[in-house]
Design a protein around this ligand. Structure first.
Ligand code: SF4
Length: 140
């Protein structure tokens, strides 16, 4: 199977705080499948580490009040380009991220409050017909 994954799940230090979300299930998948890693926020031109961001009323804003929507959407478009070229059977993403979250994301208030809805990359990929799941739903 060909699988696209959030790069932080594969152990890449691309998370906003310079760390990663290394996940054993993803590492196992990498042993027996073709895995493509993407980090839409880095691909959109944002540095690592970076100020965390959330989606508020459809616009991505950083915690210090900057509009980073363009960078997030550029990264999402680049992921879509890769998906169209590589045609992954499945896309496994980091939950609750403003880019990668599939089912939920933070609500834009920076209070740790979750809301229904995907991050901008997951949303774009799903709108274009790609099957995306949060890594925590991988075994279901
Ligand atoms: S944008 Fe996605 S891949 Fe990059 S650090 Fe955030 S959750 Fe991980």
């Amino acid at each position: 199977m060909k699988i696209m994954v959030s790069a932080c799940l594969a152990g890449e230090n691309c998370k906003y705080n310079g760390g990663n979300n290394r996940n054993e299930k993803i590492l196992q998948l990498m042993e027996t499948n073709e895995v493509i890693t993407v980090c839409p926020e880095q691909m959109g031109g944002l540095p690592t580490p970076r100020i965390p961001s959330e989606v508020k009323s459809g616009v991505v804003m950083s915690r210090d009040g900057r509009n980073v929507d363009r960078e997030f959407r550029t990264g999402a478009e680049k992921c879509l380009e890769i998906a169209r070229r590589e045609l992954p059977d499945l896309i496994v993403l980091q939950p609750r991220s403003p880019s990668c979250g599939v089912k939920q994301r933070y609500d834009g208030t920076f209070t740790g409050t979750l809301t229904e809805g995907a991050g901008v990359t997951a949303e774009l990929l799903m709108k274009n017909g790609f099957r995306c799941i949060d890594v925590e739903d991988l075994e279901k």
